[in-house]
Design a protein around this ligand. Structure first.
Ligand SMILES: Nc1ncnc2c1ncn2[C@@H]1O[C@H](COP(=O)(O)OP(=O)(O)O)[C@@H](O)[C@H]1O
Ligand SMILES: [Mg+2]
Length: 230
């Protein structure tokens, strides 16, 4: 059983003559621990696909199984539960809560968890230390450099300890050096066994991943695993 299984997925936005077919006939399996990039022109359906995989949206047709569980017909509350348990996101520009501390930002995914305040703090500090930013704990995120912000965003994605981390053009707003650093951090996470799926426009970013899926007009046109270095 694959971690992520999409079978004949179609996604249509809007109704009748105003409708847009964003995805059509998507068949895709992603196993535990894979490191995948999704590439394609603007408007080709990349974000739609990632949102479906991330249980932020449901397909119009077809079957989506996550860990064997059929996702299609779940309601918002059920989807939110699954997201909280299984999936973390890194958004473009990182979507940090401005004017909140590093601690508050990283602790956010633990908000709904039944954990003591002490355990939460320990976990947050553990991941901040891992990323070398524990000294920034109390700092307001608006005062951080770009490189520090990306570490906060990754710490926030790590703290929930989900099997899957999804990122929609995470390096889009970064310069080359920060983009490369960001991808190095994702590589480390992948080595620890996380399944990572990253949308990117940038071939240099995709090169860090082990499988590249290309989408054009809502359909997969190529799906290639990188050759293993000997
Ligand atoms: N919420 C929405 N309502 C209507 N159309 C949408 C919506 N989201 C995306 N689309 C359309 O679906 C297609 C795919 O969009 P998207 O998945 O955002 O592409 P990408 O991320 O590759 O740029 C586009 O034609 C876009 O305009
Ligand atoms: Mg997009």
């Amino acid at each position: 059983m694959a971690l992520i299984e999409l079978h004949n997925i179609k996604k249509v936005y809007g109704k009748a003559e105003y409708s847009t077919v964003a995805l059509n006939n998507i068949n895709l399996c992603i196993e535990k621990g894979e490191f995948v990039s999704i590439m394609g022109p603007s408007g080709s359906g990349k974000s739609t696909l990632l949102n479906i995989i991330g249980c932020m949206d449901i397909p119009s047709e077809g079957e989506y199984r996550l860990n064997g569980q059929l996702i299609n017909q779940l309601n918002d509350q059920q989807l939110s539960k699954i997201r909280n348990k299984t999936i973390s996101f890194v958004f473009q520009n990182f979507a940090l809560m401005q004017n909140f501390s590093v601690y508050d930002n990283v602790a956010l995914p633990l908000f709904k968890r039944k954990m003591s305040a002490k355990d939460k703090k320990e976990k947050v500090v553990y991941y901040l230390q891992k990323l070398g930013i524990a000294d920034l704990l109390k700092k307001n995120v608006s005062l951080l450099s770009g490189g520090q912000k990306q570490r906060v965003a990754i710490a926030r994605a790590m703290v929930a300890e989900t099997d899957i981390i999804l990122a929609d053009e995470p390096t889009g707003a970064l310069d080359q050096k920060n983009g490369a650093q960001f991808m190095e951090l994702l590589c480390q996470l992948n080595e620890e066994g996380k399944c990572l799926i990253v949308i990117t426009h940038d071939e240099n970013v995709a090169r860090y991943t082990k499988r590249i899926i290309r989408i054009v007009d809502g359909t997969i046109t190529a799906d290639r695993k990188a050759e293993m270095a000997q």
